[in-house]
Design a protein. Structure first.
Ligand SMILES: *[C@@H]1O[C@H](CO)[C@@H](O)[C@H](O)[C@H]1NC(C)=O
Length: 153
């Protein structure tokens, strides 16, 4: 697979400077309640390796530095829409935002995702998984929902 096609952090950087290097892929997987995980399940991977963060119920957010591909922060928001909004507003432009739902969330927290131009959350059904990746400047890269939601940059 072409590094450019599979990489979000690098696609955004390398397009302009044509640096030949292996780039990280970001992947977000969110399993709905109807899967074998009755409470849902969420997982964040960078270059196929899970990041060291254990998602909790609700919206989970991981911010990645697009240049260094390092995790800046990883947080869970259980009925904390104001904190989620603040964090989404505060991320720097060179940040890649990964979002996974685990088990469900309140409407206000889902609504907050419009700050990074997520668009599918209004049609999210109860118990479904939801995965979203936004690139630098909040440009949506990929978004998925369903029994198993799988978004790859
Ligand atoms: C990303 O890393 C670069 C290089 O270390 C740094 O200059 C920049 O401020 C970082 N950006 C964020 C949002 O952490």
């Amino acid at each position: 697979m072409q590094p450019l096609a599979r990489s979000l952090a690098c696609a955004l950087i390398v397009l302009s400077i044509a640096r030949a290097q292996a780039c990280a892929t970001a992947r977000v997987v969110s399993f709905g309640k109807a899967t074998r995980w009755a409470d849902g399940w969420a997982s964040f991977l960078l270059s196929d390796r899970p990041i060291s963060f254990f998602p909790a119920r609700g919206v989970n957010l991981v911010a990645i530095n697009a240049s260094t591909e390092e995790v800046i922060f990883a947080r869970s928001y259980k009925k904390a829409p104001d904190q989620l909004k603040k964090d989404l507003q505060d991320v720097a432009l060179d940040t890649v935002v990964l979002v996974a739902l685990k088990g469900g969330a309140d409407q206000e927290s889902l609504q907050a995702l419009s700050l990074v131009h997520a668009s599918l959350f209004p049609v999210l059904a109860e118990g479904e998984g939801y995965a979203f990746i936004a690139g630098r400047g909040g440009v949506p890269i990929t978004e998925d929902l369903g029994r198993v939601a799988d978004a790859t940059s």
